[in-house]
Design a protein around this ligand. Sequence first.
Ligand SMILES: [Zn+2]
Length: 154
Amino acid sequence: MDWVDFSRSNPPLEAMDQVHTPRTVIRLPRVILLAYFDRLPCKELKLTRSNVFERDKDTCQYCGQVFAREDLNLDHVIPRDQGGKTTWENIVCSCIRCNSKKANRLPHQAQMRLIRKPVRPKWRPVISLVLGNQERERWKDFLDLAYWNVELED
Ligand SMILES: [Zn+2]
């Protein structure tokens, strides 16, 4: 059965659910199934202060305690003057105490250890749709489900 036959045997109840052609009435689909897709459009996460805090969950990466953001610094694991770059792999959240204890040294020189290896976060899928009118509002549950359940890839 194709969609036209389906529309004939299941006439839409509301005017907003249908489109008229010269010969017939077709139901507007409520959900469009993507049978094949490569991946959702992705956006590279920018290296920003708040994104680093978010990645590290406001947790000092040396002592493992959670702090308010105003009590956290960003620390270059390899200090800049020793060639450390400002990258996802070399920037971590650090509390002020750990930050001043470590000072301008490598972690092991300060007898400190990172609680986990800093990595670039996975890319995020971005769904940008204007769900303005009522028609699109009906897609929202479906889109939310796809957003939360899609397997994230690099
Ligand atoms: Zn700390």
